[in-house]
Design a protein around this ligand. Structure first.
Ligand code: ADP
Length: 449
């Protein structure tokens, strides 16, 4: 089992949240240290000033020296500070001191105040905080409480990152896994498989594109099978006929005279025709490599010359008036010529002698329009939807006289579609048909002229 995408993504999310918490806790720790120090110092300063005030009050009560000293001792011990009252020259200093802690004296900042003694002389009061075990313990407890909270936040954050990302990425990757299964199946040739992915996000879009691709493959495969069957069927008839004639001649049952040999020759010509049509079909399978601006006026001019000879041989009139200017589309000139030639050849083929074939080239909005009309046999309405299918021939044209392979119009439709155009047909049996080819028109400036 390969590492799943959802596992990788979940791991990434967990790492990101753990890293975020780590960085945040480092910053909190630093900020906390600073703020806590400032807060404690501020509070100590305030306490010191309160002690200075208390000492002043003690001196105002004018007690004796012993009781004053005792009071200072008590005050110092209660407040964990060292109090030194230093009168001027000739007087003894008095002192009160709180409990000495682990550290040395002078843990905090010293505060100095002034005092006027009863005899009118000035003295200074010095208050210096001593190491305070209780304060240290409180500080430690505070730090531990904050660290505990950070730890709980970390566990909660990593846990929720794990939960949310597992859920989210599972939902995200589940359709991908489904799609993977489908891709594998389609790759194995099960072309009818479809992904049931909905949604308007990229994955839903991918699912729809995949289904479209599978449908195209299925359609191609169906066409391939049909084409192979049709080809076998089409090749079998003339081949069987040639075989029968040759066997008959070999057995002496059929005379190898001019007529019979002509019949065999016609069948071989039909085989040649079929192979040519198949070559046209094969051309469609490869991408149209040539992409150039194609002047349809010029293409039609070149096509009409040999086709006019063919029409005249059949005693048909071929009418074509070249437009004064070039009308351009974009694509493969040879393929476009083949597509148009097939339609004109059909018009000549399916129009009885004395008839008329008209070719008209013009503009219809943003498209170039090639209209080929004939006064021929026409096509029955029920057959119209099928004439562009490969190997389709209407019943009336299955005779040997008209020949035909049923591939010409299929090639035309596919080439024109490949060039962004389409073909329309109107027909009335006994009156004639009109095939109209529409192709995107390009302007001079788009041709870089
Ligand atoms: P084919 O080689 O048989 O002409 P196509 O694919 O060119 O094959 O045409 C398919 C069928 O459409 C033809 O067999 C014919 O029956 C019918 N068809 C095409 N063009 C015309 C037309 N101009 N008039 C009457 N029938 C036509």
């Amino acid at each position: 089992m390969f590492p799943r995408l959802s596992h990788k993504l979940t791991l990434a999310m967990v790492l990101v949240s753990a890293f975020t918490i780590l960085v945040a806790s480092l910053f909190i720790d630093r900020a906390m240290d600073k703020q806590f120090e400032a807060f404690v110092e501020g509070a100590q300063e305030q306490l010191n000033w309160q002690i200075v005030e208390a000492v002043r009050e003690l001196y105002e009560q004018r007690g004796d020296r012993a009781s004053l000293e005792e009071q200072l001792q008590l005050l110092g011990a209660a407040s964990n500070v060292e109090i030194v009252v230093s009168p001027g020259e000739g007087h003894h200093a008095m002192m009160g001191r709180g409990m000495m802690g682990r550290g040395s004296m002078g843990m905090g900042r010293r505060t100095m105040g002034e005092l006027i003694l009863p005899d009118g002389t000035a003295a200074t009061i010095e208050v210096t905080p001593t190491a305070d075990l209780e304060r240290q313990a409180r500080e430690e407890a505070f730090r531990q409480a904050v660290n505990g909270s950070i730890l709980i936040a970390a566990v909660f954050s990593v846990g929720s990152a794990l939960f949310v990302s597992t859920l989210f990425f599972w939902r995200l990757t589940k359709p991908l896994q489904q799609l993977m299964g489908m891709v594998r199946k389609v790759g194995q040739g099960y072309l009818t498989e479809r992904a049931a992915l909905r949604g308007r996000d990229e994955i839903g879009f991918l699912g729809r594109e995949f289904n479209q691709m599978a449908a195209n493959l299925e359609q191609q495969e169906r066409l391939r099978v049909k084409l192979t069957n049709d080809m076998a069927h089409e090749l079998r008839t003339p081949l069987a006929s040639i075989q029968a004639y040759l066997e008959g001649m070999g057995d002496g049952v059929v005379e190898p005279n001019q007529d019979n040999l002509t019949l065999v020759l016609e069948e071989t010509q039909r085989l040649g025709e079929l192979l040519e049509s198949l070559q046209d079909l094969a051309k469609l399978e490869r991408p149209m490599l040539k992409q150039e601006s194609v002047d349809l006026t010029e293409v039609l001019g070149a096509l009409v010359r040999p086709l006019r000879i063919l029409a005249e041989e059949k005693n048909l009139k071929l009418q074509w008036e070249s437009p004064a200017e070039g009308l351009y589309t974009f694509g493969d000139r040879d393929m476009l010529a083949t597509a148009i030639r097939n339609v004109i050849s059909n018009a000549i083929k399916y129009t009885p002698p004395g008839g008329l074939v008209t070719i008209d080239l013009g503009i219809d909005g943003s498209q170039v329009k090639v209209e080929i009309s004939d006064t021929g046999v026409g096509i029955a309405a029920q057959e119209l939807p099928f004439i562009f299918e490969r190997f389709y021939r209407t019943d009336g044209s299955r005779s040997r006289a008209t020949g035909g392979t049923g591939i010409g119009l299929a090639v035309t439709a596919e080439v024109i579609k490949g060039h962004g155009g389409h073909v329309e047909v109107r027909s009335e049996p006994g009156t004639g048909s009109t095939f109209t080819i529409y192709l995107p028109k390009i302007k001079c400036e788009e041709r870089g002229l």
